[in-house]
Design a protein around this ligand. Sequence first.
Ligand code: NG6
Ligand code: CA
Length: 514
Amino acid sequence: MKSIPLLLAFALIVVLSGCSSKQNQTQNTQMAKPNVIIIYTDDLGYGDVSCCGATKIRTPNIDRLAARGIRFTNGHSSSASCTPSRYSMLTGGYAFRKEGTGIAPGDAAMIIDPETRTLADIFADAGYKTGVVGKWHLGLGGVGGPDWNGLITPGPQDLGFGYSFLMPATGDRVPCVYTENGRVLGLDPNDPIKVNYKEKIGNEPTGLENSQLLKMHPSHGHNNTIVNGVSRIGFMTGGKSALWVDEYMAEAFSQKALNFIDKNKEKPFFLYFATHGIHVPRVPHPQFAGKSGMGPRGDAILEVDWVVGEISKKLELLGLTEKTIVIFTSDNGPVVDDGYIDQAVELMGDHKPGGSLRGGKYSAFNAGTQVPFIVSWPGRMKYGESDALVSQVDFMASFAKMLSVQIAEKDAFDSIDLMDVLLGKESAGRDFVVHQGNSTMAVIKGDWKYIVPNNGPAVSQYTNIEMGNNFEPQLYNLKGDLGETKNVAKENPEKLKELEELLQKIKDDGRTRF
Ligand code: NG6
Ligand code: CA
């Protein structure tokens, strides 16, 4: 008789200890598995945010992230334009290694092979809910491009993303529609979408023929089909009920991002949130139009800052602030006139989109890839500034390490585990990083930067950006000359040779992760 209560007591102890160890386990997993949000802005320059030195414009929400994290003063995207930077961040490999990773047309097939292991796969393998919201620009669909009127496959769903809400390419490229989980949102099957990047189709007005219909005029290119008063690159017909309204794009993306966070608040989640701002066409919400005094480009910066604030507020509201790592960065450096007449040039005043860096988007000079780069994990990391050399290509190996996920030798060729650096525990970053400009390459090693000789124009006639092209090899000592003003190649032949050989080796080896 006595043995029954004893047995019961024993059973109770077993059950209780089981519970508590399970509880510990969940706690540990939660500690080891913070949510991760990468806010990936478009064409935002190093000098465009106030925490990186802008004074003519204030970005309080971005600054707040920086104040509760580490702001990197030497953080890079892999390339000076969109598609290769995104390719590189998501695959952990430099885009120059793969053909066809240049700026993609809006009807390109998916550039990342579904077999490729991606950053999203790392999170998915670690049990995260994964999602992508915003600008994609990595192609969609198989050979021949996407089927806009059916299920678009392959797509992010084949690259580890459980949820997707996308602008397929860019704001200035057709089709001007959103896709959600592989289907165009709001499409009327009786009004199918047709897209053509070679010739005009249908009878839609174009910027070239019907400029009287435009609310924003192109300065170069961008004179094909008109959607919402803005002429774009490429021709489209149909899909009338699905067309986006540029003014409400930031709102649409934030809403989807916030929904994703809400839906997954109980689980660890990874959200790749790629804003359209501040890419052209810059058509901000009426709430921001005219508010910066710098024209639509400045207004778009205010709008991006608002978006960041919305995310932070949501995390706070859900009690997720200390459980979430937020990374804030940009795909490439700044451009002022990128093809539309929007007063960006006239109203710039003495604002310096690239800060003290030379060049800009497309360029081999530093402003091309040295971008705002913030890692924030409130309450869980040391706050401050770091001048460690870090690259977006490193996210994949870093998070894999954090989450104890293995990366096979054939994947993420160029990604290095820098988690301790990203979280401010360690101050030494990468030894070197490759910078892919649009017409030439460069490599940075320590204080030195080498730019490969090139015959391209010194200044782009369209964007007025100094491209970093020179038929002579260029070598800069960034320590005293961050602005790359004095080519010291002739005075430092050994250093020049070292960097030339380094870049050659990086190419020949086919990888830099060993
Ligand atoms: C260029 C476009 C530019 C922008 C860029 C891509 C012209 C004349 N210029 O070809 O406006 O769309 O491609 O930008 O069409 S990126 O940030 O997505 O790389
Ligand atoms: Ca870009």
